[in-house]
Design a protein around this ligand. Sequence first.
Ligand code: SAM
Ligand code: DTB
Ligand code: SF4
Length: 344
Amino acid sequence: MVVRGAAAGARKDTAMSMARDEGVLEAAVSALRHDWTLDEVRQLFALPFMDLILAAQRVHRLHHVPNAVQMSTLLSIKTGGCPEDCAYCPQSVHYQTGLGREALMEVAAVRECAARARAAGATRFCMGAAYRSPKARDLEVIVEMIREVRALGLESCATLGMLSPEQALQLKDAGLDYYNHNLDSSAEFYGEIVKSRTYQQRLDTLAAVRAAGLKVCCGGIIGMGESPADRAQLLRTLANLPEHPESVPINRLVKVPGTPLADAPEVDAFDFVRTCAVARLLMPRAHVRLSAGRSSMSDELQALCFLAGANSIFYGDKLLTTGNPDVARDRALFERLGLTPLKP
Ligand code: SAM
Ligand code: DTB
Ligand code: SF4
């Protein structure tokens, strides 16, 4: 009797949790929303892994070309010597990582790198600078770089730190397509990682970028010691922006010796995949980028991320200052999985 009672109770519990799971899944699949509660997002993270991945793949196929992956190449146009203190970053002056301060690259050299990236198969070229915010005279040079990249027929992206509304407009006028500016983590956890600027300043730049008519590339980093609630809050904040970012990079922390996060605890691989899946569910039309950290991921883990809805990568042997899988490895991975580069 006791056993029967327990079995009936378990069935009731299972039925209740299935109904709750279906409720939250239906909410995820049915509409583009900007009003996610933390509890709802945490429920998505808590779904059985298979249910979450299946739902993410279903949503993925409603909005994206299956088996196609957007390919961006990164170039550090101004490396090192950054005055900010982001605890993850090898380019901060606050940490001894062996990186020196370099000057802004010449326009012709950037053009050459962009042409090489295009020849290798990239369709977007992203220029990164170790700035807190760009100075007027540097921005004039960067405007020239953007024109050259666009003239090669590549989409252009830049990540230069904080922007004023006027600077965002200047970049838009130059023909810039995307601006990358990450929230990195939850508002609550951010202060433990970055002390030299505020979360609100990040949000203000994102608003200026949007108001200028640029496409927004905004995501975060997993593996900095943040809690599951912080991951849920990050994705919730991104999804509840007035418009979803067009591109959402999910970086797995690259642990760089000399930074305060060099010994951060390893992220559970399935938790990382879950983060990609929840990003896909919350922002159905966004390109979710499997971003930094791929060098230390197996092909199988990357395949799971693609199955969970990631459909963009950084392509090329280097990120900004750290390594990325080389082109040959990515070509072999695409071949093994039947993936093709997405045409813009
Ligand atoms: N200085 C600009 C800024 O911070 O916005 C642009 C360049 S910054 C390197 C761009 C982004 O790279 C950061 O916001 C962060 O999300 C990511 N990033 C930097 N170091 C990283 C690391 N070690 N692992 C993973 N992502 C990292
Ligand atoms: C993003 O989200 N990740 C990229 C890009 N946007 C600019 C940067 C990753 C940097 C990883 C550490 C490095 O190579 O310096
Ligand atoms: Fe500077 Fe950007 Fe690195 Fe922060 S993440 S230290 S702002 S280059």
